[in-house]
Design a binder for this molecule. Sequence first.
Ligand code: HEM
Length: 418
Amino acid sequence: MSGLAAAFDPFEGPYQVDPAEALRWSRDQLPVFYSPKLGYWIVSRYDDIKSVFRDNVLYSPRNALEKITPATPEAMKVLASYGYAMNRTLVNEDEPAHMERRRVLLDHFMPENLEAKQEMVRRLTREKIDGFIDRGRVDLVEEMLYEVPLTIALHFLGVPEDEIERMRSFAVAHAVNTWGRPTPEQQIEVAHAVGRFWQYAGEVIEKMRADPDGEGWMHYTIRKNAEIPEIVTDSYVHSMMMAIIVAAHETTSLASTNMFKTLLTHRDAWEDVCADPSLIPNAVEECLRYAGSMVAWRRETTAPAQLGGVELPAGAKLLIVQASGNQDERHFEDGDKFDIYRDNAVEHLTFGYGSHQCLGKNIGRLEMRIFLEEMSRRLPHLRLAEQEFTYLPNTSFRGPNNLWVEWNPEQNPERANP
Ligand code: HEM
């Protein structure tokens, strides 16, 4: 058992292949254990993960965006040369500052304010499908699942859409920098990209300040920064501008990719969804449970704590593995089985839980539902192509880099019924 704990490595091997399966032994025998390779305590059971999320004073989120692989002195120098000063946003802010800020910035995420987004997501999705429906074989990530969430995210934030390509390379660098294990050489390369991203985020903020009536959440945030700078601070605005790009789109792209991969490998479920679209909302929740895009998150103890029968010292860093909790058979019957009819699928932990729970969860869900509605209606004969899946090695963001699918365009339903 302690051998398994000592061998645990979230950057390679079984965790990269299937994080929930890789921690089955831990859920059964040692639900909280110290990983010497990572320097973190790993938490694998549903109830323990939920109780950590629930108490954000004892389990502070302050380390949520820390570099999980400490920067080398050379990489620190590179970052400093760009004036890099990533700090607190919402997700890694302690109370009471977090709640004060969250309350001020909440409105845009309310369901009534998301109605208008629905039409835009549908239009963009249809345009993308129109573009490839006669081709018979595409990489869905390249053709749709990357760009649509990014466009929606930029629109929601009010950031100019012509920045898509730059954002894309920056977002990957930010993810590797925060949750990956780059080699010392890669650290330098990543540090340059992150430094440029930081400066670029600053430029975008300046551009937005010049348009005081602009629409979107970041414009609103900038106006609040002018009104109540002690709550919506300058440092928050700059750090959030950088973090939100990844939070708002990478999460949704990867979750959508996982959803199609999962449904197409469980053909019965795919066919049921095609036959009865009313199954889609629960199918989306089950995909988020079974193959979510956010597989692990972080917390740090502010005092000695007891968790899963283990004594934790103050300052203990925790990796709470939602992917493992989501398949914990103590909470989900036959947790390792994919079942779109599961009645408690929505209790998954993929969006976190408690006072930091994902603010954008309904945007993510909306996009996933519309992707599935449109694809299952127009391409019910879709299947996965033969392929090797590749993933960006990191602790937290999960989804294949590409998803090749194929179908026979001759059998497209709209040809029979134009
Ligand atoms: C926080 C996951 C989409 C904005 C979080 C957290 C997770 C998460 C795990 C941390 C929760 C916690 O600490 O309890 C996801 C997943 C998504 C998604 C899996 C898509 C499937 C989005 C979108 C947006 C967004 C589309 C914005 C447009 C945020 C914000 C927070 C957050 C602002 C910080 C909330 C706070 O700390 O008060 N998300 N997210 N997310 N997410 Fe998401």
